[in-house]
Design a protein around this ligand. Structure first.
Ligand code: NAD
Length: 965
């Protein structure tokens, strides 16, 4: 259901009538009015003083996220300097002492930084770091250890307040993490006994808590939930499973379903979970939970919160190209949904609700819905937040739960950032109520009823994300049903796909193709760019409609995992739509500057017959990208797929003909390098687009140089020697995720893949052990299983070459980690990271899942050394220092530089892709100049004056005609 429909349904079934809504506003206002005599708190004042999206707010957030965890004191100082210097430190809050003090301290620090050679005097630095950072972290965290937290709670124990302890920061990256976290939970249960309850995060208990990996993680998670539950049951405490991203919800509910039936957890009502009102599906979740609980004759504790991952959900759905968002885009819709879900929970006989919110209006609505019955529910707040409202409610006799994160401050930084966002965002109730904004007391029903019901104006639906073209959509693999039906459908197709030996097209057949293509060109060159763009768009739709069979081809012939296959299929579609748009823009005749009496018309048009030559590693996306670029520019095309993946190419060309491209306008030539050479040497070849190795590219370039007759264009995209530089301000978990993805995704068979990791010595200590564990959990297997992380190498021969290189490296360096390999199939290679710090950087890529690691003292020197190798394709940087980002980016020779993210998966029109130097000639694939490289240009100049005079000029008003008139 879309957002508007959903909101309308809730409005039609809204549980509060006009009088009730009035009472809600009154109650909320009363609670908040009681706060005036309380002394203000540091964090709230700070956040009231600086807008989060101002330079000051951003600097504070960035410091909060990184400062405490940076292991190198020198870089810690540099980070401070960097972030403080990035803002002006103005605050408009004249009466806000905290903000004024902070602004003054920061301005002073900044001025000291700007004095040459001065370093910040120790006391000021201490004030900033200790007071600001530790105070921020300490404000939201209950204790660094469970013992400390329990002691804190016992010291501050108050009536009608029950604590729920959350032991951890973020999710597990490795099995070691998961076991450690599990043991921390077990240990905590003993401490918590008699003091509070426990919150459990499933992503901390398994590194693969993802729907696609259900076969690997479900049983393990279930056993852990049952064991923890049994321990909680014995200790007499409740266990609540925390809410996470929507893509994990299906599995989470299924786990609760199974756990609910476990004999160990019978006769125990302590099992519960948190659900999020910002999800459109939450009413159904409530219904399902009620059904399970009733079936098993038990009750669940259910905590309703607004939702913790809103920005993540929006970005994820946009990037993945999902049909819609799982969340509401507007805060007011979530507020409305909260009240509606609260009503459903209170009505569900087998669910015991707790309401986690800091919004006085939402809580006042709960009180109204429950008819002020204090036994029907509990409210919840987070440590360090929402004290005023909850204090007022406690005074009125309501039971308050407090969610209490426990852990070292540096482990809880992402949590801290989420709290700052919640406190400081402009849509936040806390922020608005702090500014005495009376509109906060408007009930969401009235707010929405009195305005247009529509999604947020500034948040683009995934399909509308790009200005230039329609975004390709993809199946949402976060859902059980989607995964199972997709897998079934792909398997059926795979069975019907025949992968047999192909033979080289003979030269007679190839000559004939040139003949036919040139004939076809006479007509094709007269088509308009708009007509060609229409065809490209139609073909994009055909690719879209043939999703499952194309994914089948990619799995069967190219060994792609499901994620890689989907990404490639989407990229092919994006190429078509983006180039269609480029054709419409660039290939219409343009009128140029001209004197009176003359027209100058500039046109671009096709050159003739283009040869496109593709590699096997993107047999769909690159193959399609080259072909449609040439066609959109008005050329005819003879397309040669790689000899390793001819069937995908063949199927694609058939789809093109089905979509309306005339048969001789685009044809396929099958065969190996010999066929490639014949085509590129052919006298009737008018241009070449090639993607593949540097060696082959060079052979073609030499052949072109040796040709007689016209000089033809050559567009080449070749190899890379890609590195990632990591300093010690980087976030280790994020770095490791990005390394794994960039180096081992697609079994390292991406031209953009990470080959050389350059890591500062101080960062290596934290990051390499994490990396080692993360490599060891990779599942290297048949790609037809959705939980496979790394598939095979495309051919035996290539696998053999890679294995030889690995043996050589192993003989020199020391292995950091190697993934387990459970198959005897020689095409599979275990992803491996090898420390090569004692050696020089390599001269060439190894086109497989092999990462060479260099611990270094100076990133700058390493960048210079890599630059000297001559390749210039991709480069990654991980640092939180703006000054380093700018410096490294300006030094690095690479066509695509990625900062603080993975370095593969360039998106058409978003990250136009391609390098220079030994990596290619340009222009970038998926970029604005691509089509132009396939075209020839003409200018037609016409004298439009009649012989003897310029009639149109003379006919204009108030011009002098001269003569006698
Ligand atoms: P390859 O050079 O061996 O083959 C590429 C294509 O060229 C194949 O279709 C092949 O049949 C053809 N070919 C071979 N010899 C030829 C000749 N003499 N004349 C004309 N055509 C000939 O490369 P590959 O192994 O298929 O692909 C992997 C390489 O491609 C890696 O080096 C990778 O870095 C590079 N690559 C680059 C990009 C990029 O965008 N820069 C993208 C993908 C792959």
């Amino acid at each position: 259901m879309n957002e508007v429909e959903h909101v309308k349904t809730i409005l039609a079934n809204y549980p509060l009538d006009k009088e009730a809504r009035f009472r809600v506003s009154e109650r909320a206002a009363r609670w908040l009015s009681q706060k005036s005599d309380k002394k203000s708190d540091f964090v709230t004042d700070l956040l009231q003083g600086f807008e989060l999206n101002s330079p000051e707010g951003r600097s504070m957030m960035e410091l909060a996220e990184a400062y405490l965890r940076v292991p190198d004191p020198k870089l810690q100082k540099q980070l401070l300097r960097d972030k403080i210097s990035a803002a002006g430190w103005h605050t408009n809050s004249a009466n806000n002492n905290v903000a004024r003090f902070t602004a003054r301290a920061m301005k002073l620090a900044k001025s000291l930084y700007q004095t040459p050679a001065s370093s910040l005097s120790v006391p000021v630095e201490k004030v900033i770091t200790k007071t600001l950072m530790e105070k921020l972290a300490g404000h939201f965290v209950c204790g660094r250890t469970i013992t400390e937290a329990v002691k804190n709670v016992q010291n501050n124990a108050r009536e009608r307040e029950v604590y729920s302890f959350d032991m951890l920061g973020e999710g597990a990256r490795t099995y070691e993490d998961a076991t450690r976290y599990f043991n921390v939970y077990l240990d905590a249960i003993a401490h918590i006994k008699g003091v509070g309850n426990m919150s459990v995060k499933l992503s901390a208990l398994h590194p693969h808590f993802e729907e696609t990996h259900r076969d690997i993680c479900f049983d393990d998670l279930l056993q852990k939930i049952i064991l923890l539950g049994k321990n909680c049951k014995d200790a007499g405490i409740n266990m609540r499973i925390d809410a996470e991203e929507e893509r994990r919800l299906d599995m989470m509910i299924d786990l609760v379903d199974h756990a609910s039936q476990a004999p160990e957890l019978q006769n125990w009502d302590g099992l519960g979970l948190a659900i999020q009102a910002y999800l459109k599906r939450t009413p159904h979740t409530i219904e399902r939970l009620q059904t399970i609980a009733k079936r098993d004759n038990r009750s669940f504790g259910v905590r309703l919160v607004k939702g913790a991952y809103w920005d993540t959900e929006i970005k994820y759905a946009q990037e993945m190209g999902h049909e819609d968002f799982p969340v509401f885009t507007r805060k007011r819709h979530t507020d409305l949904s909260y009240v509606y879900c609260a009503h459903l929970l209170l009505e569900a006989p087998n669910l015991r609700p707790a309401f986690g919110s800091h919004n006085a209006m939402s809580l006042a609505a709960v009180v109204e819905l429950a008819n002020q019955d204090k036994d029907l529910f509990e409210t919840q707040r987070l440590v360090g937040m929402g004290d005023d409202v909850h204090e007022a409610m406690r005074d009125e006799g309501y039971n308050i739960g407090v969610y209490a994160p426990v852990g070292a401050h540096e482990d809880l930084l992402p949590y801290l950032v989420r709290r700052l966002l919640e406190n400081g965002a402009n849509t936040s109730f806390l922020k608005q109520s702090g500014q005495n904004d009376d509109s906060v007391f408007e009930e969401p029903y009235d707010l929405i009823k009195n305005s247009d019901i529509k999604p947020h104006d500034y948040i683009k639906m995934p399909v509308d994300l790009y200005k230039t073209h329609r975004n390709s959509l993809s199946p949402d693999l976060g859902h059980f049903e989607v995964c199972t039906s997709l897998q079934k459908s792909i398997n059926i197709h795979v069975q019907s796909i025949k992968i047999d030996e192909i033979t080289n097209d003979d030269t007679g057949a190839l000559d004939q193709k040139f003949e036919n293509a040139h004939k076809a060109f006479q007509k094709w060159r007269l088509t308009t760019a708009n007509d060609r763009a229409d065809l490209l768009e139609k073909f994009a739709d055909t690719l879209n409609d043939n999703r499952d069979i194309l994914l089948g081809y990619l799995q069967a012939e190219a060994g792609k995992t499901i994620h890689d296959a989907i990404a490639e299929w989407r990229e092919a579609i994006d190429f078509c739509r983006y180039y269609a748009r480029c054709a419409r823009l660039d290939f219409i005749p343009q009128s140029l500057n001209s004197p009176e009496g003359e027209t100058n018309i500039y046109t671009r048009e096709g050159r003739g017959v283009f040869i496109t030559i593709a590699p096997w590693n993107f047999p769909l996306a690159i193959f399609v990208g080259q072909v449609v670029a040439a066609l959109a520019a008005g050329n005819c095309v003879i397309a040669k797929p790689s000899e390793e993946t001819p069937h995908i190419g063949d199927f694609v060309i058939k789809l093109m003909h089905k979509s309306g491209f005339p048969k001789d306008v685009v044809t396929i030539a099958l065969g190996d390098g010999k066929v490639g050479a014949y085509l590129t040497n052919h006298p009737k070849c008018d241009g070449i687009a090639f993607t593949g190795s540097f060696t082959t590219g060079k052979i073609i370039q030499r052949a072109i140089a040796a040709r007689d007759g016209a000089m033809i264009p050559f567009i080449a995209e070749t190899a890379g020697l890609n590195a990632m530089a990591v300093d010690s301000t980087a976030l280790p978990e994020q770095v490791v995720d990005d390394i794994i993805h960039s180096a081992f995704g697609s079994a390292g068979q991406r031209c953009s893949a990470l080959r050389i990791l350059i890591i500062e010595d101080k960062a290596a200590k934290n990051i390499l052990p994490l990396l080692s564990n993360a490599i060891r959990i990779l599942k290297v297997d048949d790609p037809s299983s959705f939980s496979t992380d790394v598939g095979p190498i495309v051919s035996n021969k290539q696998a053999k070459d890679i294995k030889r290189s690995v043996s050589e490296l192993k003989a020199q360096g020391s292995v950091i980690a190697e993934a387990p390999l459970n198959t005897k199939d020689p095409r599979y290679i275990a992803p491996i990271a090898i420390d090569m710090s004692e050696y020089d950087f390599p001269n060439e890529e190894i086109f497989g899942p092999v990462l060479q690691v260099y611990r270094v003292k100076s990133i700058k020197d390493s960048i210079e050394a890599i630059n000297k190798k001559g390749y210039a394709l991709t480069f990654g940087i991980h640092t939180r220092l703006g000054s380093n980002m700018r410096m490294y980016a300006s030094m690095i020779n690479a066509g695509n530089i990625y900062i603080n993210r993975g370095m593969t998966g360039a998106v058409v029109g978003v990250q136009p892709f391609g390098g220079f130097g030994l990596s290619g000639t340009g222009p970038k694939a998926g970029g604005p100049d691509m089509l132009r490289a396939f075209a020839r240009e003409r200018v037609i100049t016409t004298d439009i004056t009649a012989a003897g005079g310029n009639a149109s000029l003379v006919a204009k008003d108030e011009t002098s005609t001269g003569g006698m008139a």
